[in-house]
Design a binder for this molecule. Structure first.
Ligand code: SF4
Ligand code: SF4
Length: 459
């Protein structure tokens, strides 16, 4: 490990691209609190792992923070009421990835314990006992993460307690807080780091304490100088290092981040803990601090609503289960030339629908992994017609996983299971670098996604 750690001066990874970052739409908008929605639709699956079973019934009264779904499985995360109100009959929603999931609707009560700036202050504000983290029992930190239903808020939604539990076979010496937010357009993590760096640093120290790591690093790209300054100030006097990385997409991918920050290579199909590293998103770190020090579960998250197709781009503190339509309406609706609504950012996100006046009715619920809603304009989505592959090799050069995207795409078109497996389609992280760079406008990543599904179905 010590030799490898000397490579940390690299601070970047092999491959990748530099798409326009488009952060200007919402980067300067301070976090606002969404006015209370009339109803929320809370998914019982908001994480990687086992779907929760409902613990409430229709017509029951619940308060914000009450558990409404749980499972005894290890890889799962309980879900909590994000507002106070009356439980409605369970129904089904379709998530952006096409999965149908059970949801529990809650009709809002007139009285809520916390609203507006009070809620924002309780969530991120005030003082954080940063010096007390050393006194916390590691098992209590893991339990707090589990009870609070914490998952990776960067989008992956992997249950946080699973990452933080100590594993004697794979000791962890480094915790990395992922503040890269490399996906174009998205600025939710940026605003949390800029406005509320203290809970991020507190959560970093708690993560370090939980896994017993020697090194704690907050990684952030060099295109966020104000947030870097804010974090450095909050980390003064602590052992937390703020490491500035080169701006490059997908710098925030776990494997790319580990390589850039430590020089270690996560084995193919493996996870960072296998090379002694745990990666936690910065907003998750803030939520961990809140669960440990304030005993509060994950009920809200900051969502960036952005793009040329949205009238008033914003970063909005949103109760989980709020519909995309409600958020779009709060941000002034879509513009005349809006063309497409994307869940997340344009590189790794999922297209939801065409953008029109019906966008304010989109029923998709915000989940723990909803980092943003991007509304693209006609100009953004116009692309040249697809032509034949000219064998330029650009897709290969930029692939951060060192795959051969053109081969994978051809294999998906030819429905060749053997070739897909031979060229390791499962290792693709669907970052979209290949499709972005292809001069022939071949929808490489979409074809690769089709290839992956094809393999899963044949198993
Ligand atoms: S093949 Fe997969 S991992 Fe490689 S650039 Fe394309 S989408 Fe990214
Ligand atoms: S970038 Fe496009 S044109 Fe070039 S080799 Fe890859 S698939 Fe072919």
């Amino acid at each position: 490990m010590s030799i490898l750690s000397s490579l940390s001066a690299i601070h970047t990874f092999v491959g990748g691209i530099h798409p326009p970052d488009e952060k200007q739409w919402a980067a300067d908008s301070p976090i606002e609190v969404l006015p209370l929605p009339g109803e929320v639709r809370i998914s019982l699956l908001q994480h990687l792992g086992v779907v929760c079973e409902p613990t409430v019934k229709a017509r029951e009264e619940v308060r914000m923070g009450d558990i409404i779904g749980r499972s005894d499985a290890f890889v799962t995360a309980p879900v909590h009421a994000s507002i106070s109100g009356t439980v409605q009959r369970e129904t089904v929603a379709t998530l952006p990835n096409g999965r149908h999931v059970p949801v529990i609707p809650i009709k809002a009560a007139a009285e809520q314990e916390l609203r507006g700036t009070l809620l924002l202050g309780e969530m991120f504000g005030g003082s954080w006992p940063i010096g007390d983290t050393e006194r916390c029992d590691p098992r209590d930190i893991v339990q707090a993460a589990r009870d609070a239903g914490l998952v990776g808020l960067g989008g992956a939604a992997f249950p946080t307690h699973v990452k933080l539990v100590r594993n004697e076979k794979f000791p962890v010496d480094t915790v990395i807080m992922n503040g890269c937010e490399c996906e174009p357009y998205l600025t939710a993590d940026y605003r949390v780091m800029l406005e509320y760096p203290e809970p991020v640093i507190a959560g970093t120290l708690l993560s370090q304490r939980a896994v017993g790591a020697e090194r704690a690093v907050v990684c952030i790209e060099d295109n966020k100088p104000q947030a870097i300054e804010s974090l450095r100030k909050a980390a003064e006097g602590t052992a937390v290092e703020v490491l500035v990385l080169k701006t490059k997409y997908p710098q925030g991918g776990e494997r790319q981040l580990v390589a850039a920050a430590t020089g270690r290579i996560v084995p193919g199909g493996g996870l960072p803990f296998q090379v002694g590293v745990v990666v936690v998103n910065v907003a998750t770190a803030a939520a961990l601090a809140r669960s440990v020090f304030r005993g509060k579960p994950l009920t809200h998250r900051v969502v960036t609503v952005t793009g040329a197709g949205i009238r008033n781009p914003k970063n909005v503190l949103t109760p989980l289960g709020t519909t995309y339509g409600e958020l779009i309406r709060y941000c002034g609706g879509v513009t005349k030339d809006a063309a497409r609504v994307v869940a997340g950012g344009p590189m790794m996100g999922f297209t939801l629908s065409a953008a029109d006046e019906a966008s304010e009715l989109i029923p998709t619920p915000v989940t723990k992994g909803t980092s943003g809603i991007t509304v693209l304009s006609q100009r953004d989505v116009a692309r040249a017609a697809e032509t034949a592959c000219v064998r330029c090799g650009r897709c290969v050069d930029v692939c951060p996983m060192r795959l051969v995207p053109t081969r994978l795409a051809m294999a998906a078109r030819a429905q060749s299971r053997e070739v897909l497996e031979h060229y390791h389609v499962g290792a693709c992280i669907e970052c979209g670098c290949c499709a972005f760079t292809c001069p022939a406008s071949i929808p490489l990543v979409q074809l690769i996604r089709v290839g992956k599904v094809m393999l899963q179905k044949k198993r």
